[in-house]
Design a protein around this ligand. Structure first.
Ligand code: HEC
Length: 257
């Protein structure tokens, strides 16, 4: 193809550049959308791999309290107290038994007060900041950390709906952007590299939405594929933008040929 973007007149370049900024706004909006929609999918703050797993494969969240008690944390906790807490958390009356002295050596609230609060309290002054991020002062704090439950993946209908909206539109968009890059002055291999990254990234991302039905290990492919796709697309757009406005534009080009 001999056509080059830099042969375009000012208004064409202006329009194309504005559209590239529209793409960037779109990417920003997708990122914000993902954050708002998935951030709390695993019912814990922050967007993590678990949110992706929860969305696409479903996730069983085990109570963080239970996990850490079973893992032997804190080392200073006495055996019978640990058993009492585990028995309490695995029972079905966590809220009711918080203050109950009937289930073991002492009431869970007392064990927590004597064995945990020196580190895990809003009032703890000397504690490690990591420990202070988890507070166990009130029944409400405990409640949040004590639930074990299954989060269901998005139903197949939703996945089909999202795939049908995204897959053809994104693939078409990427073909168009790829063609624009092909009309720039930059080395062909750069365009080729980015095109391969975009194609494989998008295939990995969207393909893994469906493979996640079988195993939650595909969550990593969703994330990595999506990242590769976004980074490569952003670079493509920047290359196009640079080509449109860097010197060596229309006048110089036509005087040379
Ligand atoms: C001597 C201080 C100390 C005591 C006592 C202590 N913790 Fe911790 N706890 C920590 C620290 C520090 C961390 C952060 C560890 C990390 O993230 O590496 C932590 C982490 C945790 C976590 C989070 C684990 C995770 O995976 O996010 C839970 C839950 C927890 N503690 C529960 C308890 C309970 C219940 C008790 C009382 C039975 C207790 N802790 C007693 C210092 C303490």
């Amino acid at each position: 193809m001999n056509f080059r973007l830099r042969q375009l007149g000012f208004l064409w370049r202006l329009g194309l550049s504005a559209l590239i900024f529209v793409f960037f706004i779109g990417f920003f909006a997708s990122a914000a959308h993902m954050w708002f929609k998935y951030e709390n999918r695993d019912e814990r703050p922050g967007l993590t791999l678990d949110d992706v797993k929860a969305q696409y494969s479903g996730l069983e969240t085990v109570s963080p309290l239970l996990t850490s008690l079973r893992g032997g944390h804190p080392e200073t906790l006495k055996g019978p107290d640990r058993e009492t807490l585990i028995k309490w958390l695995t029972g079905d009356k966590v809220a009711e038994n918080y203050d109950s002295i009937d289930i073991g050596s002492a009431a869970p609230s007392e064990i927590i007060a004597t064995s945990c609060l020196q580190c895990h309290s809003r009032k703890a002054t000397t504690a490690d900041p990591k420990a202070k991020a988890i507070v166990l002062d009130y029944a409400d704090d405990i409640k949040k950390l004590s639930v074990t439950r299954k989060i269901n993946a998005a139903p197949i209908k939703i996945k089909a709906n999202s795939t049908h909206a995204h897959a053809p539109a994104m693939a078409t968009m990427s073909v168009v952007i790829g063609l624009l890059v092909l009309c720039t002055r930059w080395w062909r291999w750069i365009g080729g590299l980015l095109m391969a990254a975009v194609g494989i990234g998008l295939l990995a991302d969207i393909g893994s939405w469906w493979l996640s039905e079988y195993s939650d290990r595909w969550a990593i492919a969703i994330v990595v594929g999506g990242m590769v796709y976004n980074v490569a697309t952003t670079l493509q757009l920047l290359l196009v933008l640079a080509d449109l406005w860097l010197p060596g534009g229309r006048g110089e080009q036509s005087s040379k040929s």
